[in-house]
Design a protein around this ligand. Structure first.
Ligand code: SAM
Length: 256
């Protein structure tokens, strides 16, 4: 998976079906061999959570979780960028991961309504072909008097150039209805079933990259659906939590 001689493999964990690497996407992906991934499915830091920069500068726990004190989940990195820095950063890593993808590989990026326009710009600036937006419909979205319920997040999707219709993938839905996971271990953890449905965009048995693995939901979902999966995670606490979660979930159940 890695081509350059001057690259030292970072801390990592996994088996022959999955790996999560501990480090920064910007430092790891440039060393990857070209055209080794069949899909990118990821949920990057949104750098969202408010209308003003002051609101966005709050910790991820303050922005995205109501759990406090002993129950608070660890904060994660890269979520306090201003609008222009975030868009540029998105564009840079999207260019890098495109080089590591095969021609035609699909990409799926989670995002909220606030950052949706910047994300679709970044995807296209990075050379991907933008193909559409699917919806994650969260029935638990907070009702607001006199306003629409904030009930959806979005999956911006595209491909690395042409995406032939003959790919061995059936018709996928454009709306995924799934409640937020109960007992989350990551502040912005995605539902496992949602990710099991989304990874189907990759051809059977392909190799999927999630450069923002968090608690490992995409990695676990991909392996459970028969894919090979590679994740990258920068925040120490989530590298530990994510690798343990995936390992435990995939371990054969011991006989009692
Ligand atoms: C939105 S969360 C992903 C949550 C994940 N989908 C889940 O279900 O647990 C984004 C993750 O990207 C990680 N991250 C932030 N900056 C990063 C970087 N430069 N390289 C790799 N990971 C990064 C954060 O630590 C965070 O855990």
């Amino acid at each position: 998976m890695f081509s350059s001689n001057d690259f030292t493999m970072p801390e990592h964990f996994g088996d022959d079906r999955w790996t999560i690497l501990h480090g920064d996407v910007m430092h790891i992906v440039p060393h990857m061999t070209r055209a080794v991934f069949d899909a990118v499915i990821t949920d990057p830091p949104y750098a969202s959570g408010g209308a003003s920069q002051t609101a966005k500068n709050r910790s991820t726990t303050e922005k995205y979780s109501s759990l406090r004190g002993d129950k608070a989940l660890p904060d994660f990195d890269s979520d306090q960028m201003d609008q222009r820095s975030w868009t540029r950063w998105m564009c840079e890593w999207l260019q890098m991961v495109r080089a590591a993808c095969k021609p035609g590989a699909p990409i799926c990026l989670f995002i909220d309504w606030r950052q949706l326009p910047s994300m679709t710009d970044a995807l296209q600036w990075a050379g991907w072909t933008w193909r559409g937006i699917a919806v994650w419909d969260k029935p638990s979205g907070r009702p607001q008097r006199g306003r629409f319920r904030q009930q959806a997040e979005f999956i911006v999707w595209g491909s690395n150039g042409k995406m032939p219709l003959e790919r061995n993938v059936g018709c996928l839905p454009g709306v995924f209805r799934q409640a937020n996971p109960a007992n989350r271990i990551h502040v912005t953890e995605k539902p496992l079933q949602l990710m099991r449905d989304v990874v189907q965009i990759c051809e059977p048995g392909g190799r999927i990259l999630d450069p923002f693995a968090g608690s490992g939901t995409t990695i676990l979902a991909a392996v459970q659906e028969g894919y090979e999966a590679v994740g990258i995670e920068l925040t120490d606490a989530y590298f530990q939590l994510g690798t343990q979660r995936v390992k435990q979930a995939l371990e054969p159940q011991s006989e009692s």
